[in-house]
Design a binder for this molecule. Structure first.
Ligand code: ADP
Ligand code: MG
Length: 752
């Protein structure tokens, strides 16, 4: 799956241009240099519809695949399924009526006969192709009942001496109504106008065995017939390697530029106050546990960043349950100690509530004032919290995206912490950073605006290569090991047919006073789009382009969860009232109540949709059942499983699946069963699904790569990183132009 290049998923090319070629002539009027007259054809030009504006956009619009039209095959030599060009005369053309109208044209050359079949055709085609007419057709022959036939080949009337193309024919990503002929012409025209300067040194190119850029474009747009088609199709051809390299180079340059730009920003230095009176030390004293070595290292890295006059831009990553919150609390303590405010933002109400509870438990006894901001509050409550943030009365402000609403101002924001950062959109992250730039920010005027320090947290461990490609300008701290005393969760996979046995297990545990999560599935085929800017759920695996549960899906999820809730209540008899239900459609206050009941042990069994995926911390829960586990992504299963195994007791996770299982779903379930290591699973997920799904669709840097594949092109990525440094140093103008050329309008993504 990962071997198929991403660009293949571009809009399909029309299969048949038909003998009349009407669309070609119509489309050919508008070249890229002169967009169609808006008065005559309203709406975007064909090129704009494909996102093509500059000549470079056209030159870099590369073929999906190629057709070999350089040779004519004798009909007798055609092989089943092997595309070929045939030149032969019409024996007869016959349109048949009936349920499926079709046009059959029989052709004959010196070696044999071939049948063409068209289901879509104009009535005049029959007249256009009388017996004896010479046609040149291209298509994929199939051995049919009446000999070889081609369905919907491309074809046109040919002159006997008509020359054959000398190059392979490119087939470009297109859209309906945009013909290949138009694209070819527009691209050829654009390339002719371009001054293709090579800016990479020859020795670098020869070391990497890459061709120069001019010959790369030549060979990819018009390959000579001796280029092996397979090397073009699988992108192993040096020309394709160069394209991937250049794309990665652009991305790496952009990231270095972002890093340099960030280095020029200023922040208030928030140095650690050591000693028994410091807030951090008092927090450490009060904790019931000692930090792990990993936590200490991460805390020290963050503490050092905070002391600088340059804003911190750091990702704290660690598997679920690795203990990121306390590290964040120490960072908050450091900024509060320096007289600055700290804001912590989490993507869901539940997660933000958990943070609030934990941080307030830890910090309020030490005299820190904590405010809570959530979209679910009453207006009065929210206004009061916003007021506390603006006046500086609140030293720590915890909340959901309500924290970054325009109305919320801070008195002196020193540090912004974003949990599950990849779930926030780029715009939201930028907005949070901008909070520190308010004019109201106290402090020495005259020495420029100050940004808050930014700490992001993620429980999806990001493989190193991906971090390099996507977060190239981010510093990363990693908690690699869980706190001591945790017992790995034992994971087993069950066929849905054994649901009764699973329910029996639940009944035994609940009767014994244990706590259980029962996670209900996402609904697979839902076409609704996400409506909330902050979707609370992860993706459902194989559907590309749907990292979030669509809002419409939640309705169906809910029906499902309600049915399961009723089923489990019925089977639990005496314990029926200890079965709770939690889903995304409940009002936040009700959700919080259910979570509180579960945390306090009043509820023993919690039936939930994936709202519990992030952050919930109930150490007494020791069993998790995941229904339709085959519908979840690998990282998501791991995140869910991370809800159990938080206490000292042995925990289990039961994955229920409904056959038949796809190969990929099977691979996922077995991977989750076989390891508890989030880093191993993230790497596996990257292999199985690609980076977009792993990080969430909004994670940007990945979407920018059209040709390179972060899984297979790691060597190129590393070379591109070095080359980016070199080019920025030796030819900054070229570096800048290179980025514009390749990334153009998509640069905003890199800013956050
Ligand atoms: P996550 O990284 O998933 O956010 P949390 O910060 O919620 O993890 O921590 C998970 C649990 O581990 C919490 O109950 C927390 O109090 C506990 N914990 C954190 N650090 C340690 C430690 N060093 N020793 C023991 N328990 C810890
Ligand atoms: Mg957490």
């Amino acid at each position: 799956m990962t071997s198929s290049p991403r660009s293949r998923s571009a809009p399909a090319v029309q299969a048949c241009e038909g003998p009349a070629r009407k669309s070609t002539r119509r489309g050919a009027r508008a070249g890229p240099a002169q967009p169609a007259d808006p008065a005559r054809s309203p709406g975007p030009s064909p090129g704009e519809r494909l996102g093509l504006r500059s000549d470079w956009d056209y030159a870099l619009h590369l073929p999906l695949h190629y057709l070999d039209e350089t040779r004519i095959s004798a009909i007798a030599s055609l092989r089943d399924g092997v595309a070929a060009v045939v030149q032969a005369r019409v024996v007869q053309a016959q349109a048949s009526a009936g349920v499926r109208r079709q046009l059959r044209i029989q052709l004959q050359d010196a070696s044999g006969t071939l049948n063409l079949r068209f289901f879509h055709f104009y009535p005049n085609w029959q007249r256009q192709y009388p017996p004896g007419k010479l046609l040149r057709v291209r298509g994929e022959p199939r051995a049919g009942l009446f000999g070889m036939e081609m369905v919907h080949p491309t074809c046109h009337a040919a002159r006997p001496d008509e020359p054959l193309p000398e190059r392979l024919t490119p087939v470009y990503p297109a859209a309906s109504g945009i013909s290949q002929a138009w694209l070819r012409k527009a691209i050829t025209g654009a390339r002719a106008r371009l001054d293709v300067r090579e800016w990479l040194p020859a020795d670098l190119l020869s070391r990497l065995r890459l061709p120069d850029i001019a010959s790369t474009l030549d060979v990819l747009h018009a390959p000579p017939p001796d280029v092996p088609l397979a090397s073009l199709d699988d992108r192993s051809h040096p020309g394709w390697q160069r394209v991937k390299f250049d794309e990665l180079l652009a991305q790496q340059i952009a990231q270095q530029q972002a890093r340099l730009a960030r280095a020029a920003l200023r922040a208030w230095p928030l140095p650690a106050r050591n000693g028994p009176q410091s807030l951090g030390d008092r927090l450490l004293q009060a904790l019931p546990f000692a930090l792990t070595p990993d936590q200490e290292t991460c805390a020290a890295e963050i503490a050092a960043d905070l002391a600088l006059t340059q804003p911190m831009h750091r990702l704290l990553q660690g598997d679920v349950g690795s203990g990121k919150t306390v590290v964040a609390a120490l960072a908050a303590a450091q900024s509060i100690d320096c007289g600055f405010q700290c804001a912590l933002m989490a993507p869901t109400d539940i997660l933000a509530t958990q943070h609030l509870r934990k941080l307030a438990d830890w910090l309020e006894p030490l005299g820190v004032s904590v405010a809570w901001l959530s979209g679910a509050q009453t207006r009065r409550e929210r206004d009061a919290a916003a007021q506390a943030a603006a006046s500086g009365a609140a030293q720590l402000v915890v909340g959901t995206h309500a924290v970054i609403q325009e109305k919320v101002r801070f008195h002196r924001l020193g540090l912004a912490i974003v949990d599950e950062q990849h779930r926030f959109g780029v715009a939201q992250r930028l907005s949070l950073r901008a909070k520190g730039l308010d004019e109201g920010l106290a402090g020495g005027a005259g020495d420029g605006v100050r940004e808050p320090h930014l700490l992001m947290m993620s429980a999806t461990p990001i493989p190193r290569t991906l971090a390099m490609a996507v977060f190239g300008d981010l510093d990363v701290s990693t908690i690699a090991h869980l706190p001591p005393g945790r017992r790995p969760v034992r994971t087993r996979v069950f066929d849905e047919a054994r649901r009764d046995a699973v329910i029996a297990r639940v009944r035994v545990l609940v009767a014994a006073g244990r706590q259980v999560y029962w996670v209900c599935p996402l609904v697979e085929e839902s076409t609704a789009r996400p409506t909330s800017p902050l979707p609370a759920h992860g993706g459902s695996g194989e559907r590309r382009g749907s990292a979030f549960t669509p809002a419409g899906g939640e309705v169906l999820d809910l029906r499902n969860a309600e049915a399961t809730h009723a089923e489990l209540q019925a089977t639990l008899g005496n314990d029926a009232e200890r079965v709770g239900l939690l889903h995304g459609r409940m009002p936040a206050s009700q959700k919080a109540q259910v979570m509180a009941d579960f945390a306090a042990g009043r509820l023993r069994l919690l039936v939930a949709t994936t709202v519990i995926e992030v952050g919930v911390d109930v150490p007494a829960a020791t069993l998790m059942v995941i229904e339709h586990a085959e519908r979840f992504g690998l990282s998501q299963l791991h995140q869910l499983r991370g809800r159990v195994g938080r206490g000292a007791d042995a925990s289990e996770c039961l994955l229920l699946f409904t056959p038949p299982l796809s190969e990929m779903a099977r691979a996922r379930l077995l991977a989750v069963r076989d390891t508890n290591d989030g880093f191993v699973l993230a790497q596996k997920d990257l292999e199985l699904r690609g980076p977009g799904e792993l990080l969430g669709q909004r994670q940007s840097g990945v979407q920018m790569l059209r040709h390179a594949d972060l899984h297979t092109d790691i060597a190129l990525l590393e070379a591109a990183r070095d080359a980016a440094v070199w080019l920025l140093h030796h030819d900054p103008g070229a570096a800048h132009e290179h980025v514009q050329r390749w990334l153009g309008g998509r640069l905003d993504w890199l800013a956050a």
